[in-house]
Design a protein around this ligand. Sequence first.
Ligand code: ADP
Ligand code: ZN
Length: 433
Amino acid sequence: MIWDPFYECMDPEERRELQLRRLRETVARLNVNVPWYRDRFAERGIEPGDIKSMDDLAKLPFTTKEDLRDTYPFGLFAVPPEECVRIHASSGTTGKPVIVGYTPEDIGIWAETIARTIACGGGTSHDVLHNAYGYGLFTGGLGLHYGGELMGCLVVPASGGNTERQLMLMEDLGSSILCCTPSYALTIVDQAEELGFDLSRINLKSGLFGAEPWSEGARESIEERLGLSAHDIYGLTEIIGPGVAAECEAKAGLHIFDDHFVPEIIDPDTGEQLPPGEQGELVFTCITKRAFPIIRFRTRDITRLHYEPCECGRTQPRMERITGRTDDMLIIRGVNVFPSQIEEILLKMDEVEPHYQLVLTREGRLDNLEVQVEVSPGMFSDEVRKLEAIEEKIRERLVSTLGIRVDVKLVEPKTIERFAGKAKRVIDNREEA
Ligand code: ADP
Ligand code: ZN
């Protein structure tokens, strides 16, 4: 089923006209309501009336994660925060998160694009949608939740964790769609095996998996063991959350809901737009949102775009699976982590030196992060208890900032490799699932 054939199957030329109208309106509104954008437009000598075709999108300035940090928390809001009804957050490059807001209208748009996402995965109002994305500031939980309700599914707001209980609920409630990160789907499979839970007791038909990169190998393994059709879904907080793009039954790329989010691919070094089919950095412009309509946001995600029609009947362009990032952001158990956040915390502590290493491993199916840091020479003693207390202090600070469990290991002074050029701080020992 296609949720909204009017927009999803629209003639591409007609959609370009629709995009242009919406883009012009958005630029005009930002020019009045957001001083930060007004200044950026002025620097380039751009007036809202200069946007005469979609090609003029390339004249507009980029917005980056650093810009979001500089305007924290409300500097890019296009409405007063009191007109918003919801806040979500995503990790920033340093201590402060990125804050985004939603008006009731924005929540409506989001529910629509999630309903389209669920329909891409074969969902209908008859489905029981088991939502194991985390509820809270993270967009996954509430994002899928509102879209599921709009579609008329029976939504089970399970959130993450407690796999045994998740299995019980899926069995007892007859869940037919599972929503979670691909790594959590694999964890569910593994824990079921450990618990001696026969997976044929649950009757899932499809899965909506995203928020982190995953491979075809992981897809095969999930589909085979859970007996469902696994769909890749993509989104990011700065744009709206999940519901930016989703794989239809053809599984030949993720349809981007470009009547709301206009994609471009650019060369990450020069910022120049690249033609369809070429690999580069994905950039999005929001043309319908009220509270947080971001212009040319640089996602740092690497992919390609395709504009050929799809066998499913949708005419919206498709992006390939994300193959990498242009920055050093790590995704650990679905949570974004920047090495700079960790460095900032370590640098504030007298007990340790600014020499550290992040070691990523995979335990079973779950990622594990160990922060190895050199203890200051003065602090180094044989007193194990003292060292353990320092480790615990660092661990607590990291956990409260990053929002995930981490291991901390103090190492002797001068044992971490020194670098002449660019430091290699991250050692990624995770293997392809
Ligand atoms: P989300 O709620 O989707 O995790 P965040 O804003 O926390 O949103 O993180 C967004 C980032 O997560 C994206 O820029 C991308 O790097 C990654 N991501 C999200 N969905 C996918 C996906 N399906 N495949 C690969 N990476 C993804
Ligand atoms: Zn399709």
